[in-house]
Design a binder for this molecule. Structure first.
Ligand SMILES: CC(C)(COP(=O)(O)OP(=O)(O)OC[C@H]1O[C@@H](n2cnc3c(N)ncnc32)[C@H](O)[C@@H]1OP(=O)(O)O)[C@@H](O)C(=O)NCCC(=O)NCCS
Length: 162
């Protein structure tokens, strides 16, 4: 089951996001220690933005009671209508279709709020994620920037139409 976060998911959202950062430190722009230090009020503000409105959204994937994946959608700062962020599936659930379900949820929500293009950044050596995104219809744009959480690595931009 995949659903958008609600304002009651603050603790769950924080726990899953921290689990993702601990599991895949090179996959994201932020770091586990940065997010761990983030005050509770900021998590509350984030979850409130992610749960309501048309600018941001965060989706959680569940198997029975357990949360096994996360994906977010935020405003893009380089000209796409939205950006796919925070994409993570628990190792136990990779290769099962959970990731595709999360992307479908994000794309469908973004389309519903009027977006026509969605972009993302993926670390250059993350071949599994790149392959996954290509299969989901994203194409490399040619834009490259240093990974904010580890500027020794590059991340590349991908985009697709909705
Ligand atoms: C990225 C992620 C969400 C994709 O979900 P997933 O369930 O692993 O994706 P899938 O298994 O459906 O697809 C992965 C594809 O890569 C392929 N693959 C697996 N390992 C690979 C590797 N080492 N190199 C290249 N391709 C690989 C798979 O065969 C599959 O391709 P196919 O469908 O053509 O067979 C998940 O791997 C994840 O959470 N990774 C850690 C966090 C992360 O990297 N997030 C991305 C942030 S931008």
């Amino acid at each position: 089951m995949i659903r958008r976060v609600t304002v009651d998911d603050l603790d769950l959202y924080r726990e899953v996001r921290l689990r993702a950062l601990q599991d895949s430190p090179s996959a994201f722009g932020s770091t586990y220690s940065n997010e761990l230090a983030r005050p509770r009020e900021q998590w509350a503000e984030r979850v409130s933005r992610a749960a309501t409105g048309t600018s941001w959204a965060v989706f959680l994937a569940f198997e029975e009671e357990a949360c096994v994946g996360l994906a977010g959608c935020v405003d893009d700062d380089l000209g796409a209508d939205r950006q796919l962020v925070s994409m993570w599936v628990a190792p136990s659930h990779r290769g099962t279709g959970v990731a595709a379900g999360l992307v479908d949820a994000v794309l469908s929500w973004a389309h519903g709020v009027g977006a026509r293009t969605i972009a993302l950044w993926v670390t250059k050596d993350n071949e599994r994620a790149m392959r996954f995104y290509e299969r989901a219809g994203f194409a490399v744009t040619g834009d490259v920037q240093p990974l904010p959480s580890d500027p020794c690595k590059d991340e590349i931009r991908m985009i697709r139409e909705l």
